[in-house]
Structures are given as C-alpha cells and as structure tokens.
Write a protein that binds this ligand. Structure first.
Ligand code: R5P
Length: 297
C-alpha cells in the first residue's frame, strides 16, 4: 500500500487493519510547479495507491504518475483507494459548452487502474460508480459508521439537507434508531442556498444534521439557522467529506452548530470518525481476479 503524505495517516491505518505493508510515495515539487513522483520498489504483483482527491487538480496528475511508476516496477493489479473522489458532482452538462468532468476523470482512472475504491461518491444521476469509472470500481457507504456514531448522541431527529439525501439519511437514522426528516434546498449559486425545514414535532429539542459533503458549508449554515429558529436547542453536524476551511467552521459555530464531526476521508480538524475499518474490510473482501496478482492489498 503506497500513499502520499496528505493521506498518510489514513493509509497507514488501513494497512495496519489489513496487515499489509505500507510505503511512502516520494513527492518533489519543482520551482516551476511541476511534480516528480517516486515510488519505493513494489515486490508484489498487486499494489494500491491511497490518496484523497480534495483540491484535486494537481493531486490527480501525481496519482497518474504514481500509477505509471508502479506499473514500471512490475505491478500487474493496481488499486486506487481514494477516500474522497472529486468531480463526481459535475455529472451533467448543466449549461451549453461545459465539459462532462465526471466522465473525463472516470475514464482516466479506469485506464490507469484495475480497481478503484472510494467512500460515499456523490452519485445522483447514476447508480453505480462503475458506470463512470470503467474498471472494478465501487463506492462504499459511510452510513453505517455515521449511524453508529449517532446512536449514542441522544438526538431527537436526524436531518438531511435536501430531498436527494433521503435514502442515505434514512439509512443513518435507522442504524441510530432515531427519527429522520429531509429539508428542501434551493441553490442559486455556489454560496447562495435556501433551506426549508419540514415539521419536526413539538418534542424535538436536539438534531443531528448529516450530509455526504460540506464544501462551502453554506448548506449546513442555512439548515442550522432554520433548525435553531424552530426551537431546536442542540444542533450537531456529522459529515463524510469535510472540504471547507477553518473560517467556515467558525461560521458554522456562529450559526449554532455545537459539535461538528467528520470522517477522515479528507484530513480536517473536525475528523472524529475513521473510515479505515470499512476500507480495509472492502479491500480484504475483494480478492484479485488475476491468479498471479497476490500482494500487499
Ligand atoms: C449536495 O447535494 C450535497 O449533498 C451537499 O449538500 C452540498 O454539496 C454541500 O455544499 P455546500 O457545503 O457548498 O453548501
């Protein structure tokens, strides 16, 4: 299992869970902005690269370089473990002249890797990741670990930010054994969002907001404001991929979020729930199809 520095703590934890060897990928940034990637020798025919693709543009190219380097070392079965996979929300040509970015990213990964594993890819218009990443690719759900975390929180209701989140929110809430609702969201710009909260019942005093991604954090801010205005005394938030910076975390607290937690798919100050276990389990339970491709993942 080979990792870049930005995803190293999670990669080490996954390797440890699996009893696999972990190796650092060496990365050098030249003064002109180019990157040089160097892998430590790979003794096995099957190997994995671990890297999250938050702030994706430079990282993506470096991952492709690392894939090329491992192939040159003789790796036959190459797995990309990307706890956060970017560009999955750009899944349609929303306005004339735009690229279908999700497809471009998916096809490049499908060509470079034999297998791609991610967590909670944002798939609205397609059902399976393999429809856009043409190899043995799949997205695993973080609902079980978020639901388990929520179980001991004493919440009256679990709240999803938009109608599309319903199946996921229901799954989290059922695992936690808590009632759930979803809001209606209207987005008119990157940072311009309106959220309508449905009836919560008179007895509801504490709520856990859950979402797969918080990017600008505006969705969470608006939903929190609405929940507070409805008499909810305690609003906490649990998200899978925390992509926002510290300034937004401050705004969230000002809006009334008491506790903010995220999974470690993206390294962030709010990380409190690890995906290492579910990733390791997924990798162990997917044996290599190639008979000679035994290795460290
Ligand atoms: C949207 O469908 C997602 O589930 C999130 O609600 C959205 O990406 C959050 O974005 P932001 O934090 O920028 O409001």
């Amino acid at each position: 299992m080979h990792s870049f520095e930005d995803t190293r703590p999670l990669a080490r934890a996954v390797a440890e869970e699996m009893g696999a060897v972990h190796r650092d990928i060496e990365l050098h940034h030249f003064p002109d902005g180019e990157s040089r990637v160097r892998v430590r020798s790979a003794e096995n025919a099957r190997a994995a690269i671990v890297r999250s693709l938050d702030r994706p543009n430079g990282k993506f190219l470096e991952v492709l370089f690392a894939a090329d380097a491992l192939r040159r070392c003789g790796v036959e079965e190459l797995v990309f473990v990307t706890p956060y996979l970017a560009y999955m929300r750009q899944d349609a040509v929303f306005r004339d002249g735009e690229a279908l970015s999700q497809r471009v990213v998916g096809e490049l990964l499908g060509r470079a890797f034999d297998e791609v594993v991610t967590v909670e890819a944002h798939l609205h218009r397609i059902r399976e990741l393999s429809e856009v990443v043409p190899c043995r690719s799949r997205s695993i759900s973080a609902a079980p670990i978020i639901g388990e975390w929520c179980r001991s929180g004493g919440y009256d209701v679990v709240v999803g930010p938009d109608l599309e989140s319903e199946p996921w929110v229901r799954q989290v809430a059922e695992i936690a054994g808590v009632r759930w609702v979803v809001c209606e969201k209207i987005r008119s710009g990157d940072r311009s969002v309106e959220v309508e909260v449905p009836r919560l019942g008179d007895s509801a005093r504490s709520a856990l907001l859950v979402d797969d991604i918080a990017s600008t954090g505006v969705t969470l801010v608006r939903a929190t404001e609405k929940l507070r205005s409805r008499g909810i005394d305690r609003v906490d938030a649990a998200i899978v991929h925390a992509l926002f910076d510290d300034a937004i975390a401050t705004q969230l607290r000002k809006a009334g979020v008491e506790r903010l937690v995220s999974t470690d798919t993206v390294a962030h100050a709010s990380n409190a729930i690890s995906v290492a276990g579910i990733l390791a389990q997924e990798l162990v339970s997917s044996p290599p199809p190639h008979p000679h491709a035994t290795g460290d993942v």
